[in-house]
Write a protein that binds this ligand. Structure first.
Ligand code: FES
Ligand code: FES
Length: 154
């Protein structure tokens, strides 16, 4: 089937297998910030933004993508907030292997678009769907709070 959607601000129109999942498709395009984890909607490594909301790409089928607006970390590069998030994560040492980091940054971006001054509970909620295999939950929380409070020099 033919689908047309936006990927990181650019129109994409392509013939797809409707049952292929969006995670496989994006990685086949070289969008490697979207990570392959559990493949069952449990780890959040494959998070993408769909119309500003975090979604697990491994659970989305290409046939449902028509008309959607998809964003990955690649699409946030060079944006001011991305610079601030990166600076905060680096300053706080909030990255270990980094496998979950793209998902955390996208989840935080999504939250900040909806709520520029989120409290700790809101940040915890948005991070709750993302599994960090390195068990690094405290420092990403600290980094995210710094971004939310405008306390980052980036
Ligand atoms: S790979 Fe999609 S949630 Fe784990
Ligand atoms: S930093 Fe390794 S999985 Fe989170």
């Amino acid at each position: 089937m033919r689908v047309a959607f936006q990927l990181n601000g650019k129109p994409v129109e392509t013939e797809v297998e409707p049952g292929m999942n969006v995670l496989e498709f994006l990685r086949s395009l070289g969008v490697f910030s979207v990570k392959h984890g559990c493949d069952h909607g449990e780890c959040g490594s494959c998070t993408v933004l769909v119309d500003d909301k975090p979604q697990n790409a491994c659970l989305m089928l290409m046939g449902t993508l028509d008309g959607e607006r998809i964003e990955t970390l690649e699409g946030l590069n060079a944006r001011r907030r991305m610079e601030l998030m990166q600076a905060a994560f680096l300053d706080e040492g909030a990255i270990q292997c980094g496998y979950c980091t793209p998902a955390m940054l996208l989840a935080l971006e999504s939250l900040l678009r909806a709520n520029p001054k989120p409290d700790e509970a809101a940040i915890r909620e948005v991070f709750s769907g993302i599994y960090c295999r390195c068990t690094g939950y405290v420092k990403p929380m600290v980094a995210a709070k710094k971004v939310a409070l405008g306390e980052v020099d980036g």
